[in-house]
Write a protein that binds this ligand. Structure first.
Ligand SMILES: Cc1cc2nc3c(=O)[nH]c(=O)nc-3n(C[C@H](O)[C@H](O)[C@H](O)COP(=O)(O)OP(=O)(O)OC[C@H]3O[C@@H](n4cnc5c(N)ncnc54)[C@H](O)[C@@H]3O)c2cc1C
Length: 533
C-alpha cells in the first residue's frame, strides 16, 4: 500500500473527527483503518436501535471484563462499537460535557491547554445544537444535537419529585452549571442518530486525499529508531502494511489503543516480557489507570400503563410509535433509552455533583435487553468521579483476541459510600409526593435490601457499566503518564493517542462529547506541530 501522511487507527468517535479535520488540508494524505464494517445497518441510525446493537455480533465488540472481585467475581459485559462511528454508532446518544472543574483538574495536574476555558471553544466548534448558538453553545458544528420532542408524564413526575428534594429543574446540563434535573439533549438530527461517522466522516468521504479502509484490523505499530513509521494490519485474511510519513494516530478506544501499544512492545516491560513481546519502549503506565462509571439500576413497577414497556408490548403500540417516528420523527423511536437526567451531590464532602441519574420510561433486566412484560421504569445512578482504578493488559499476543480488562469496581471506601448514597437518594425520590403515585413496587433491589450490606450486595450482584471506560493511556508528565499534553506517546516520535484513553481522570458525565472535543483539539495540535516542522 502507498504511504500516507497520517494513518489513523480506528474509525470510531475520535477517528472520524480526525479524518475530517486532518483531511481538510488537501496536501495531507490521510488513511483510516477501521477493524469493523461500514455503518450500513438501519438500527444504527434509528435511536431506539440501541437495543438492537447492544449485543450485535458484528457492530459490537461485545467484550467481558475479567472476573471482578468487587462484582461477586462476575465478568461484566462491556459493549464497544465496531465499525465506522465506533461507539458513537451504538451509544445512548446522551449529550453531556462534564463539569468545568473536570478539565480544570486536568490543567491543575500540569496539562497545559486543557482547562475549561481552553476546551470550551472545541466543544462549541463541534456542536450543531438545534437551539442555536450562545456563549457556551455552537449551532453550526458537525455533531448535531436536539431536544427530546415530547414531555413524558413519568419524567415530569420525576422532575417534580426531585424539586421536592431541592434539586432545581434545568434545561441545560452543558452550560457550565450541571446541578439540576431535566431532559437530556440527544445526538440526533431530525430523529436520526448523529454518530461521528455521519456528522464528520460522511461529508469528508469524497475528498481525494482521504482513504477509509474498513474490515482492516491493525495488529502492530511499526517502529524504527524510536519513531512510528507505519502500521501492520489484517484485511480479508491478508497481512498488510502501510507507511506513515508524519504520524500514526491511535484512536482505537480506551481498551484497544493500550492493547495495540502493548502488542507493539510499548508498555510495562515486565508485562511485555511475561507475554513474550519484545520490549521496544518501557512505558509503565500503558493500560493502567482504567476508570469507569458503574451503574446501579433501580427498577420500579409503574401503576399506570404509560411506559415504553407498554408501547412495545403490543403490535398496535409498536405501530403507533413507529408511525410517530415516521411522520413526526418523535416518540420512543427517536430516543435511545434514557431521556431524563439528574446531577446532584450525594456525599457531604462533594463541592459539585457527585452522582448522575439516567431515567428511562422502560425497564429490562439488562440495559438493551427485552423489556419486562409489565409497566416499568428505571432510575439508574452512577458515581461521577470514581476512585477505583483498574487496568487493561494483554490476555494473549493474538491481536484479534480481546484484551484482559479488570475494572476493580467498588474497591474503595469512597466509591462504596457514594454507591450507597446514590441508591438511597433514588429511594427518597421514589417516595416523593409527585413520584410515589406512579410507583407500584420497587422490583429491584426490592424491599428486602435495606441495610448498607444488603444494598452493597445488590450493587455487586447487579452493577453494570454505563459504558465509559477511560484513562488507560493517561495524559500527564510523571513516570506513569503515557502521552504528554499534546497527546504524543512519551518517548516515541510520530505516535499519538487520541481517544477516551487519554483522560487523566474520568469526566463527570457521559464521554462521547468529551472525546469529540479531545479529537477536535488534537487535530489543531497536529496541524500546529506540522506547521513548525
Ligand atoms: C453502549 C454504549 C452506550 C453509551 N452511551 C453514551 C451516551 O449516551 N452518551 C455519551 O456521551 N457516551 C456514551 N457512551 C460512551 C461513548 O460513546 C464513548 O466513550 C466514546 O464513543 C468513545 O470514543 P473512542 O473514540 O474513544 O472509541 P470508539 O468510538 O469505541 O472507537 C474505537 C474504534 O476503533 C476501532 N478499533 C479498535 N481496535 C482496532 C484495531 N486494532 N484496528 C482498527 N480499528 C480498531 C473500533 O472498531 C472502533 O470503531 C456509550 C458507549 C457505549 C458502548
Amino acid at each position: 500500500m502507498d504511504d500516507y501522511d497520517y494513518v489513523i487507527v480506528g474509525g470510531g468517535t475520535a477517528g472520524c473527527v480526525l479524518a475530517n479535520r486532518l483531511s481538510a488540508d488537501a496536501r495531507a494524505r490521510v488513511l483510516v483503518l477501521e477493524a469493523g464494517p461500514e455503518d450500513r445497518y438501519l438500527w444504527i441510525h434509528i435511536p431506539i436501535g440501541y437495543g438492537k446493537t447492544m449485543f450485535h455480533p458484528v457492530y459490537n465488540w461485545g467484550f467481558y471484563t475479567d472476573p471482578d472481585p468487587g462484582m461477586d467475581g462476575r465478568r461484566v459485559y462491556w459493549p464497544r462499537g465496531r465499525g465506522l462511528g465506533g461507539s458513537s454508532s451504538i451509544n445512548g446518544l446522551i449529550y453531556v460535557r462534564g463539569q468545568p472543574d473536570d478539565y480544570d483538574a486536568w490543567a491543575r495536574a500540569g496539562n497545559r491547554g486543557w482547562g475549561w476555558r481552553d476546551v470550551l471553544p472545541y466543544f462549541i466548534r463541534s456542536e450543531g445544537n438545534e437551539r442555536g448558538a450562545s456563549a457556551t453553545h455552537g449551532a453550526d458544528g458537525p455533531l448535531k444535537c436536539s431536544d427530546i420532542g415530547d414531555r413524558h408524564e413519568l419524567i415530569e413526575a420525576i422532575i417534580a419529585g426531585a424539586n421536592e428534594l431541592g434539586v432545581p429543574r434545568t434545561d441545560d446540563f452543558n452550560g457550565g452549571v450541571q446541578e439540576g434535573v431535566g431532559y437530556y439533549q440527544l445526538f440526533t438530527d431530525h430523529g436520526w442518530r448523529c454518530s461521528t461517522a455521519v456528522g464528520y466522516l460522511k461529508p469528508a468521504r469524497s475528498r481525494a486525499n482521504l482513504r477509509v479502509e474498513t474490515n482492516a484490523h491493525a495488529t502492530r505499530v511499526r517502529l524504527e529508531n524510536g519513531r512510528a513509521t507505519g502500521v501492520e494490519f489484517r484485511q480479508g485474511g491478508e497481512a498488510k502494511r502501510v507507511g506513515a510519513r508524519r504520524e500514526v494516530i491511535l484512536a482505537a478506544g480506551a481498551l484497544q489503543s493500550p492493547q495495540l501499544l502493548l502488542l507493539s512492545g510499548i508498555g510495562p516491560a515486565s508485562h511485555l516480557r511475561e507475554m513474550g513481546v519484545p520490549v521496544a519502549h518501557d512505558l509503565p503506565g500503558v493500560g493502567e489507570n482504567l476508570q469507569d462509571h458503574l451503574q446501579l439500576r433501580l427498577i420500579y413497577k409503574c401503576t399506570k400503563p404509560i411506559t415504553t414497556n407498554d408501547d412495545l408490548a403490543s403490535w398496535w403500540g409498536q405501530l403507533r410509535i413507529g408511525a410517530k417516528w415516521l411522520f413526526q420523527r418523535k416518540g420512543p423511536l427517536a430516543i435511545g433509552i434514557n431521556q431524563g437526567g439528574l446531577f446532584t451531590r450525594a456525599l457531604p464532602s462533594s463541592a459539585t455533583p457527585d452522582i448522575q441519574f439516567h431515567f428511562a420510561t422502560l425497564s429490562a433486566d439488562l440495559a438493551g435487553a427485552k423489556p419486562h412484560p409489565w409497566s416499568g421504569f428505571t432510575m439508574s445512578v452512577c458515581q461521577l468521579r470514581p476512585t477505583s482504578r483498574g487496568r487493561v493488559r494483554l490476555a494473549s499476543t493474538d491481536p484479534t483476541a480481546a484484551p484482559s480488562m479488570q475494572p476493580y469496581y467498588l474497591s474503595t471506601d469512597e466509591d462504596r459510600a457514594c454507591a450507597l448514597a446514590g441508591m438511597r437518594f433514588a429511594r427518597r425520590l421514589a417516595a416523593t409526593r409527585a413520584l410515589s403515585p406512579y410507583v407500584a413496587e420497587e422490583y429491584r433491589p426490592g424491599p428486602g435490601a435495606q441495610s448498607d450490606d444488603e444494598l452493597l450486595a445488590f450493587a455487586r450482584a447487579y452493577g453494570a457499566t454505563i459504558f465509559h471506560p477511560s484513562g488507560t493511556c493517561r495524559m500527564g508528565h510523571d513516570a506513569m503518564a503515557v502521552v504528554d499534553d499534546a497527546l504524543r506517546v512519551r518517548g516515541v516520535r510520530g505516535l499519538r493517542v487520541v481517544d477516551c484513553s487519554i483522560m487523566p481522570t474520568l469526566v463527570s458525565g457521559n464521554t462521547n462529547a468529551p472525546v469529540v472535543m479531545i479529537a477536535e483539539k488534537a487535530a489543531d495540535m497536529i496541524a500546529r506541530d506540522q506547521a513548525v516542522l
